[in-house]
Design a protein around this ligand. Structure first.
Ligand code: AMP
Length: 202
């Protein structure tokens, strides 16, 4: 069972790759962003505390996220982590040894352009964009729900999320140097996927 971390700027395609890898390798996709958004939509105590932070693009306090991820990783052997760790402190809190850290890289310009066209289904979380448009404009292929823009995909939020990425998350590239696999996130979803599979099975 593989233990993988997906690293890269927001909207680099981590979520899309995690879903494909999860299917291909038979291991769960664990997205801390999804876990946190779920808390917000449930209106839980944690959800109420973090709603504003999520919208602004700042990081949620370590105490909350570390507790959430440790609980989620209980009883899991292999997994794909998407969105965790976000900084070196969080990396130190990971209770399990990791096999590969996959960096999906893309320029800030490309990210800003991509995010302006990204839409998400508020019911099932499926993401649509230029590469994967919905069959019917503005509606989810799976459940017909009207698609929305993520509140933290607004231009001011995405710029801030990129700043947070450069300052806090990028140092993880050096930290995980010996496990790092680099892929070019400008390629198509299928090309990125093929490249990842090639490198993790080499
Ligand atoms: P994502 O879906 O990974 O882009 O995450 C969306 C938002 O959730 C981020 O902008 C943060 O506010 C929060 N978040 C996700 N993962 C973490 C984490 N590991 N540490 C702190 N905040 C996180």
């Amino acid at each position: 069972m593989k233990r993988l971390i997906l690293l890269g700027p927001p909207a680099a395609g981590k979520g899309s790759q995690a879903k494909k890898l999860s299917k291909a390798l038979g291991i769960p996709h664990i997205s801390t962003g999804d876990l946190l958004r779920e808390e917000v939509s449930k209106g839980s105590v944690i959800g109420k505390k973090i709603k504003k932070t999520l919208e602004s693009g700042d990081l949620v306090p370590d105490k909350i996220i570390v507790q959430l991820i440790k609980k989620r990783l209980e009883n899991e052997d292999g997994f794909i982590l998407d969105g965790f760790p976000r900084d070196i402190e969080q990396a130190k809190q990971l209770p399990l040894e990791i096999d590969h850290v996959i960096l999906i890289d893309a320029s800030d310009e490309k990210i800003i352009e991509r995010v302006s066209k990204r839409e998400i289904c508020p019911t099932c979380g499926r993401i649509y964009g230029v590469d994967v448009p919905p069959i019917r404009k503005g509606l989810c292929d799976d459940d017909n729900t009207p698609l929305i823009h993520r509140p933290d995909d607004r231009p001011e939020s995405i710029k801030h999320r990129l700043e947070v990425y450069h300052e806090k998350t990028q140092p993880l590239i050096k930290y995980y140097e010996d496990k790092l696999i680099r892929v070019n996130g400008d390629l198509s979803i299928d090309e990125v996927f093929k490249e990842i599979i090639k490198q993790i099975t080499a």
